[in-house]
Ligand binder design. Structure first.
Ligand code: 86X
Length: 483
């Protein structure tokens, strides 16, 4: 995209044509480039920097939990992939295969990893002997390929994507259960809220929506302002399903052989897309300071006579702002107004304007990307004020996103309101019978609303009926059309 096109900014409105707005934003903010392969997209440096911030944040937490990073091969032999049959079932059309080297057919075709349970557990069975080898806590950062046929949406649904997949092994069920939940709350929810300023709904997936290879799956469901729910990330209690298929056993304190207890958990580049959709506006991207590759841009107001003095002042200010990533936009070929638009499009949280008049008055102008609010700041207060404003922006984005999520949820016990809410692109929170057939009917009669998850803390329901089948409700559950 040329510099000139960039000045045009986003021409679609988020509220009128969300999909066009999203498509423009990811390209004009230089996050994504399309390729000739549908569903395979380029992460340009600006979006990859965001991914690196996520990696850094998550690596720090994982390290604190005793999780170590490793890397397993991309290609998985067919026999291995189908060893735990449940987990592949329904997915097989999505597997991409390597069948040839040059013109020669391979003896056994190799799957491009759609997830790495099988290849990792083939190693785990060799590494685990005694209870002293447990827990085994391993994560890998890698790319994944799933040849989906639904229409791709950048970040949200692509055929190749980046993620971390964690695969932990424990001696007991209770350790596994505790850890599966810990990952969701202390790793994923923390990353979403504290780094990306996005709220979510935590809970357990229905039998129908859980990972087939797992005993249970728990998830964070997010709201995407196109009017759909989206599963942000998941943590699966695998029980002993894989340890039995892969013979992952250990000798316990009583010299008895036991099958190990496992979980697996994943967080992907999908969450970058959710963050973009949740915070950004008609001027472009809005990035939370904690994840923004650049927190502050200094824009000098340049005149021929005062140019060197102004630039010198900008350098001084940059030095005051140690600890932040700061850019001085000293490009000669653009006017300040153009630069303002450009950095607004890029979502830089804080802008500092420095002109000759400001220098005379020993002040600068600071402007918050999220609200557009401008404040005059005395030179001596620059660092202190920037600190405060960036903390404020981070908080304000989460508060606004929480409001957005809350407004998207309709609590109801009536079937007609249920259907109306789904039609109005809401998430429904409703009592439910937990019956899979009823779940299927709900999906059918609402044009595709699925169960999202069921909150962990359930109050006992008294005399509540399932709005669809009128049977006694067992749980409160979130429903919605989702990606
Ligand atoms: C499910 C389960 C799990 C580790 C996660 O959700 C987080 C990180 N893995 C992934 N899943 C599959 O097992 C799967 C398998 C095949 Cl063969 C496939 F083609 C697609 C798949 N998609 C999801």
């Amino acid at each position: 995209m040329s510099k000139k096109e960039l000045t045009q900014g986003i021409t679609a409105k988020k509220s009128d044509d969300f999909s066009e707005w999203y498509t423009q934003i990811i390209q004009k903010a230089e996050l994504i480039e399309y390729t000739d392969v549908s569903g395979c997209l380029v992460f340009r440096p600006y979006s990859y920097q965001i991914w690196e911030k996520i990696q850094e944040f998550m690596n720090t937490i994982m390290k604190g939990m005793g999780v170590r990073n490793a890397y397993f091969p991309l290609l998985i032999p067919e026999k291995l992939l189908i060893k735990e049959a449940d987990h592949v079932e329904g997915f097989t059309p999505e597997v991409a295969w390597v069948t040839h080297s040059g013109d020669t057919e391979l003896k056994e075709k190799l799957a491009v990893r759609p997830t790495s349970e099988t290849i990792m557990y083939e190693s785990y069975k060799k590494w685990i002997r005694s209870h002293r080898d447990l827990p085994l806590l391993i994560n890998q950062w890698c790319n994944i390929v799933r040849w989906e046929f639904k229409n791709p949406v950048p970040f949200l649904r692509t055929r190749e994507f980046l993620w971390q997949e964690g695969h932990n092994v424990f001696a007991t069920k209770s350790e596994m259960d505790t850890n599966t939940r810990l990952i969701l709350e202390s790793l994923y929810e923390k990353t979403q809220r504290e780094l990306l300023a996005i709220p979510g709904l935590l809970g357990i997936k229905s039998e129908k929506e859980k990972f087939a290879g797992a005993d249970y799956s728990i998830s964070i469901e997010n709201y995407f302002p196109s009017g759909r729910a989206i599963q942000g990330c998941t943590s699966h209690g695998l029980g002993q399903n894989f340890s039995k298929a892969f013979d992952i056993t250990y000798i316990d304190e009583n010299e008895k052989k036991q099958f190990a207890w496992q979980n697996s958990w994943g967080f992907s580049t999908r969450t970058i897309g959710i963050m973009i959709g949740v915070h950004s506006d008609d001027k472009g991207l809005v990035l939370p300071p904690n994840v923004a590759p650049t927190q502050i841009v200094i824009v000098p107001i340049l005149f021929e006579k005062t140019k060197s003095e102004t630039l010198k002042k900008c350098d001084e200010i940059k030095k005051m702002l140690k600890g932040y990533d700061v850019i001085i936009d000293d490009r000669d070929e653009y006017k300040p107004g153009y630069k303002f638009n450009d950095w607004e499009l890029k979502g830089v949280p804080l802008r500092i304007e420095v002109g000759p008049k400001d220098i005379e008055k020993k002040q600068v102008v600071m402007s918050k990307r999220n609200t557009g609010e401008k404040v005059f700041v005395k030179e001596k207060d620059i660092k202190k004020t920037a600190d405060k404003l960036l903390v404020d922006i981070q908080k304000e984005l989460l508060v606004a996103a929480e409001k957005q999520l809350k407004n998207a949820i309709v609590k109801t016990e009536s079937w007609s309101d249920f259907k109306k809410a789904i039609k109005n692109k809401k998430i429904v929170f409703s009592p439910w019978c937990e019956d899979s057939e009823c779940e299927e009917l709900i999906k059918h009669e609402t044009g595709g609303a699925k169960t999202l998850n069921m909150p962990f803390d359930q109050k006992t329901l008294k005399n509540k009926k399932c709005p669809k089948c009128s049977k006694e409700a067992k749980v409160m559950c979130y429903f919605g059309k989702s990606y």
